[in-house]
Design a protein around this ligand. Structure first.
Ligand SMILES: Nc1ncnc2c1ncn2[C@@H]1O[C@H](COP(=O)(O)OP(=O)(O)OP(=O)(O)O)[C@@H](O)[C@H]1O
Length: 285
């Protein structure tokens, strides 16, 4: 019997190249031990595979375990049972090998370092030389559109700009995977939409896979190839919605007025709340 949650086994026979999944989560459970021997069952039998370059969002009610799942993948916490691999390595080895970049809701910049110095930080920590660091920071500053702000300090930037610095920093080591936990949650709606657009552009330029936690259905649909819908705690995957925008459809501003986008929003909404929650759906596909 084959197990579809696992990457295919290596073979010496000629044939199509085997593509290693970016992430494989198999049968992951997480139980937190809390005061006086009580337990919080946060995740229940999570099975998920993310392909290289794929954009996957996690959505679900507050407390359903989205951040916990991301933290297990990032090896910031460990599963009670089950397996997690990142590019075929254990989560721990992937963390040691810096296989991914992380960006969370608070930008988490060091206030005493300039934009450039914040972006260079992971490279500095890993012993990359000054010239190479500066060259890489320069590329990233351009990528996130902060050329005129490289010498500013975080408190001299808007929230959106700080998030762009955090994203640039998460890309510093050219990760093939980005783990993002509500990175735009604190931004106003217009800045948020601009940042979503920016992230789509950055991902298409870098080819990075992304796992993105959000509370926003439109954000998940705008960004994602697939949206993973989770149940209230204990978090289970109740549905995985493929966002099919049709061939050649660009994820640009006009997408927000596209019927295929509305159909995606309705499909995710139905998966979250049940069919009765989406009466608009019938004539939009
Ligand atoms: N360190 C911990 N100790 C005990 N319980 C925890 C711990 N971390 C998370 N939990 C519990 O696990 C459950 C899942 O939490 P988690 O933060 O992953 O949810 P979430 O879906 O990301 O929530 P939100 O959308 O509100 O950010 C919650 O009930 C939370 O209280």
């Amino acid at each position: 019997m084959t197990d579809s949650t696992q990457p295919p086994a290596a073979s010496s026979a000629p044939g199509p190249a085997i593509v290693e999944p970016a992430i494989v989560v198999s049968g992951a459970n997480k139980i937190f031990q809390v005061a006086r021997g009580a337990e919080v069952r946060a995740l229940d039998d999570i099975n998920l595979s993310v392909a290289p370059g794929e954009f996957v969002s996690l959505i679900g009610p507050s407390g359903c375990g989205k951040s916990t799942l991301l933290r297990l993948i990032a090896d910031l916490d460990s599963a009670t049972s089950g397996d997690i691999t990142v590019f075929g390595k254990t989560a721990r080895q992937a963390r040691i090998d810096q296989e991914y970049g992380i960006a969370f809701q608070s930008a988490g910049l060091l206030p005493w370092r300039t934009v450039q110095a914040n972006i260079e930080l992971p490279l500095e920590l890993h012993g990359v030389g000054k010239t190479e660091r500066a060259a890489r920071a320069e590329e990233l500053i351009e990528l996130v559109g902060l050329t005129d702000f490289r010498s500013r300090f975080p408190d001299q930037l808007s929230g959106g700009m700080q998030q762009r610095v955090a994203i640039a920093r998460s890309l510093a080591e050219r990760p093939k995977l980005l783990l993002m936990d509500e990175p735009f949650g604190a931004l106003d709606e217009m800045t948020r939409e601009r940042m979503q657009q920016e992230l789509v552009r950055i991902c298409s330029e870098t080819g990075a896979a992304v796992v993105f936690v959000t509370h926003s259905i439109p954000e998940a649909v705008f960004l994602s190839d697939r949206v993973v819908v989770m149940s209230p705690r204990p978090g289970r995957i109740v549905d995985i919605v493929d966002i099919d925008l049709g061939p050649g459809t660009e994820r640009s501003e006009v997408l927000r007025e596209n019927p295929a986008y509305y159909a995606g929003v309705i499909a995710v909404r139905e998966a979250l709340h049940g069919r009765a929650a989406a009466p608009l759906g019938a004539d939009l596909r």
